[in-house]
Design a protein around this ligand. Sequence first.
Ligand code: PLP
Length: 433
Amino acid sequence: MTARPDPLPVSLVPWLDDGYRHIWMPYTQMQTAPPPLAVTATKGSRITLADGRQLIDGIASWWSACHGYNHPHIRDAIVRQAGEMPHVMLAGLANEPAFTLARRLADIAPGDLERVFFSESGSVSVEIAMKMAAQYWRNNGQPGRTKFICFDGAYHGDTIATMAVGDPEDGIHGRFAGLMGGQLHTNLPRDDNSRKRFEAFVTEHADQCAAVILEPLVQGAGGMVFHAPETLKTVRETCDKHGLLLILDEIMTGLGRLGTLFASEQADVQPDIMTLSKSLTGGSLPLAATIASAAVFEAFLSDELDTAFMHGPTFTGNALACAAANASLDLFETEPRLEQVNAIEAHLGTALEPCRGMNGKWGKVRDVRVRGAIGVVEMDTITDMTALRARFVEEGCWIRPFGNIVYLMPAFTIDEEDLARLSGAIVKIIGER
Ligand SMILES: *Cc1c(COP(=O)(O)O)cnc(C)c1O
């Protein structure tokens, strides 16, 4: 028999005790990880635990709950839609929430991005973008263009094809190297030298490439690394020069996180294909969108089924999720989300600054940086991740560092007091000796 986790201390939560013997938790060493905290309710920026404690949420459930939890407008839309029709297949049948959402996303998406393909997770939406890009070239008589140029520090998902365009040194990538076809990894063009190297790299590989794929302005799960709008512009110009498609993965940056509806707006760049997920339904239901330009879409049109896009997840265009997303878009129109993001940016910009130069029991601070509603304290290394996570809970905060990063990505609706408690907890704890 292999080692098993110790039996849990008997808690007051029978479903946790019983289920923990059977559930397989994400990104978790099940033998050593402390058991998860039982949550009984969420509201706004608060998480209520089974033992009655409340945590202030600093990361909005993996950056998705941008309007806070249980926003009544989204909840009402879901309840209404569930009563009428939670789901009906999309092939050959149309449902109003999906069609309305497609039109609305096309309205707000940059430039002529105007064709929306729905799926149910970010990773899948990226795979769809990659398939679209490859078939675009096949339909245009260049079937050899199947590779993707991607960047160190990138994260585009956990499925096999998306891991292959993620950071090549990253742990997830390393474990599965044998499973993935080699993609073309390079550095972001951040200055004159790296720009020259990037252009040479693209020149060398362009004829076997379908597209360049990039998270615009902030590489998220790869370590919250920022780059300048000029970098994004350079990537777009280089794509244009070599006739490559540009896929922008806005799953994390899109829908307001950086203070504009889409990050690409800040560089005045239009991708050929864009992916959205995470906050698309305000964090309420799983949904993702892959949005293609008119030119990409047109390459799939002919009299033959052969050039059609052969993809169709069972739950594509799910009415319940699309109704939630329509309600979430309503809130971007009726409530001052982008102003709220700017206010969070201003707060974090000063509140996290005292961390700079700290060198305490949890490790040495290497950098403090803020962009939009993202605040990052980067450490050299974190000495004891499990203990640090528990320490934040002790302070009443749900802040979940990863790698060497302690970060905040709260709901845009978080009030000043709760936000100050989050940033205050980081300054206090990172300063501990
Ligand atoms: C989270 C994320 C993904 C993957 O989305 P899932 O819904 O977790 O599959 C892809 N790209 C980026 C930029 C992300 O932040």
